[in-house]
Design a protein around this ligand. Structure first.
Ligand code: FES
Ligand code: FES
Length: 156
């Protein structure tokens, strides 16, 4: 049965009338046209669908939209401030930390969450923090370089 679900998404209040057990991933992509949140495995293994819920990186394919009531969500579309990229996005650009880009939104949001919790992670902590985000293009080294550049320069 449908119900009204209210949450904050990328700085805007959202009100949706929908079945609460629907996948958050497909509500974001299908209902709200936020296709930066990617479908990879659908089972919590790849990280392509990562979003921030109350500032913490989570797998949107494993969550229902009903669980978002009253929460604050950020997708990759909500990270930049107008034309100004978030420092983690800028670091990915500067370090050429992507190839096809399919994993990139999830990687960036996981990195934002990691740096919020630990602003100066070691290389081992960066690798461990992003270990559950998979990159089929093998860009992991440049991704770690990008996150390290933030950790060393304290740009967040
Ligand atoms: S699509 Fe959600 S973890 Fe792979
Ligand atoms: S850049 Fe292609 S999957 Fe990571």
């Amino acid at each position: 049965m449908k119900q009204m679900i209210e949450f904050k998404l990328n700085g805007q209040a959202v009100k949706l009338e929908t079945e609460p057990d629907r996948s958050l991933l497909w509500v974001l992509r299908g209902d709200l046209a936020l296709t930066g949140t990617k479908y990879g495995c659908g089972s919590g293994f790849c990280g392509a669908c990562t979003v921030l819920v109350d500032g913490v990186a989570v797998r949107s394919c494993l969550l229902s939209v009903g669980g978002m009531e009253g929460k604050t969500l950020t997708t990759i579309e909500g990270l930049a401030e107008g034309d100004v990229l978030h420092p983690v996005q800028q670091a990915f650009v500067e370090n050429d930390a992507l190839q096809c880009g399919y994993c990139t939104p999830g990687m960036i949001l996981s990195a934002v969450s990691l740096l919020a919790e630990n602003p100066r992670p070691s290389d081992a902590e960066i690798a461990a923090g992003l270990d559950d985000n998979l990159c089929r293009c093998g860009a992991h080294k440049r991704i770690v370089d990008a996150v390290r550049s933030i950790a060393r320069n304290d740009r967040t």
